[in-house]
Design a protein around this ligand. Structure first.
Ligand SMILES: Nc1ncnc2c1ncn2[C@@H]1O[C@H](COP(=O)(O)OP(=O)(O)OP(=O)(O)O)[C@@H](O)[C@H]1O
Length: 310
């Protein structure tokens, strides 16, 4: 599990990330979606200990990344595939990672196989790799320590359609085996296809979050009580769909009056009850991306100004 709690990162007077909170859960692929410059990389850098946040806290599996004694065994990270040393071969890059993590040498060949890099490609220098090959090498490094969590910044960049499908299947399998995947992208179409949950960021703030299907449908009712899990159980028992959101609210296909009655019968005091007003995710994303709205855009619709993590 990954938690980002009230993270703020300022560069001078600019808040690249402004009071951001969310969580990524085991068994799920969480897509971190936002236009260029929204604050995705800044958040992931703070999460992986590469920068010290101005305020807030980030944890992976309950610990700060910096406090993990052998982080590669817990968290696979790929932030910038082009940052690998161009003078080393792909194989040398993996051997370094294998030795740093104290793993058996066989892992290098296993990882080359896993990411579809041939023996000959492994012998080539990274500077002669295509971006897609670098992404595969980066994913091989990230997976080498058999971690339970993956943090990937724009991993599909440079992959061809077959490569994107390969990566999608790989991440799906990783999550289905109980792993936690957090990956960023500036492409809604890519995130839609791969992510179970979406966290959307714009101008350094979370503007929408929740289960992908629910966000894309964008309608229904939003109901909140102190115990979101119990409330979701009660709604499901009453025959409705109910999805607990990372911020503690529950989205359901019950109408607001019915959702309120279900909560009342379950003895759960309702603290918020409203129609999820269906402002489409795509429209919101386009609004954020529109060049003429880069400054001062007011996100609407499924909007969680507090962005509280579950
Ligand atoms: N070291 C830095 N110094 C000053 N400003 C920075 C620094 N790093 C990032 N920023 C600014 O912070 C904002 C967020 O950048 P960030 O790289 O996190 O965005 P992003 O969502 O990852 O974008 P992209 O999709 O283009 O990678 C941008 O306005 C960027 O210019």
């Amino acid at each position: 599990m990954i938690r980002i709690d009230s993270l703020t990162q300022r560069y001078g007077s600019v808040a690249a990330v402004d009071d951001v909170s969310f969580a990524a859960f085991p068994g799920r692929v969480t897509g971190f979606l936002g236009p260029n410059g929204a604050g995705k990389s800044t958040t992931l850098r703070a999460l992986t200990g590469l920068s010290t946040p101005t305020a807030g806290r980030t944890t992976v599996l309950g610990h700060r990344y910096q406090d993990l004694p052998n982080p590669g065994l817990e968290v696979g990270v790929l932030l910038d595939a082009s940052a690998q040393h161009g003078g080393r071969t792909g194989r040398e890059t993996l051997v370094l990672a294998q030795r740093i993590m104290g793993l058996p040498a066989i892992r290098v060949d296993e990882m080359l196989d896993l990411v579809g890099l041939t023996w000959a490609e492994g012998k080539r220098r990274v500077r002669d790799y295509s971006l897609g090959m670098r992404q595969r090498l980066g994913i091989a490094t990230a997976l080498m320590g058999d971690p339970r969590v993956l943090v990937l910044d724009e991993p599909a960049n440079g992959l061809d359609p077959a490569g994107i499908r390969w990566m999608r299947d790989l991440l799906r399998g990783f999550a289905d085996d109980g792993g936690t995947v957090l990956l960023s992208s500036h492409l809604l179409s890519e995130i839609e296809m791969i992510a179970d949950d979406i966290i959307m960021i714009g101008h350094g703030r979370i503007v929408a979050s929740g289960a992908t299907a629910e966000l894309l449908a964008g309608a229904g009712t939003l109901v909140r009580s102190d115990d979101g899990a119990l409330l979701a159980d009660a709604l499901v028992a009453a025959g409705f769909q109910a999805t607990p959101r990372p911020d503690g609210a529950v989205a359901t296909d019950a109408d607001p009056a019915t959702a309120g009655q279900v909560a009342f019968r379950a003895g759960l005091p309702v603290t918020e009850l409203r129609t999820a007003d269906g402002h489409g995710l795509e429209e919101m994303f386009l609004e954020l991306t529109a060049a003429d709205q880069r400054e001062g855009a007011t996100p609407r619709g499924i909007h969680h100004p507090n962005g509280a993590a579950a």
